[in-house]
Design a protein around this ligand. Sequence first.
Ligand code: PGA
Length: 250
Amino acid sequence: MRRKLVAGNWKMHGGLARNRDLLDSLVQAMGKGGSADCAVCVPFPYLGQTQELLKSTAIAWGAQTLSEHAQGAYTGEVSAAMLVDFGCRYVLVGHSERRSLYGESNEAVAAKFVAAVKGGVTPILCLGETLEQREGNITEKVIAAQLDAVTQAAGVSGLANAVIAYEPVWAIGTGRTATPQQAQDVHAFIRERLAASDALLAQRMQILYGGSVKPQNAAELFGMADIDGGLIGGASLVAQDFLAICRAAG
Ligand code: PGA
């Protein structure tokens, strides 16, 4: 049985006072752990605060992107080692907003993935197709290209300490969720593609679903055979909603 993971993606939201309220509520309700793992991916400036509030709890934390470089003249960038300094267990890699708004290609995402693995931070690799691609019946082709770029750069064994998140772009922040079956089909495709290189790794891989997950739809999504938890945007900013989603995974 794969353990379920629910990871929050705060995106560019937060503030010291608001974060404290949110994190305190999470710690009170599930700081001692539960049957599913739980994590929050926060903006860089709040990593110190998050570490302070979560360090002796069962809730993990992480960042939303990282540099592909280890160090150097890369103004504004943040390395894997810096994330480790702040206790990050996870880092999102290749979120669709990074791909579409900041021009991160499959190759750039793969380089960041490799940097995270080398640096000792678990990458949560985000994959997903746009509405146009889904309607053009090229979902599997798009997902395969995104995944293959990473397996080529990292080697399939490089995925042993990684998590995958399937996030259809058309479902992110739109209120439009993939049906459990639509999500399951893509999750199964991802697992089969990994299994072609390494059956055991494929079987162990946690594949999260993301895109308008809410308390009302979480249990049904998490009940699908290949859905191992969720990557939660909007609902991760509301303590009661995020907690309800975590409970649905447990
Ligand atoms: P959403 O975002 O839950 O608000 O749709 C998910 C994500 O972008 O990770």
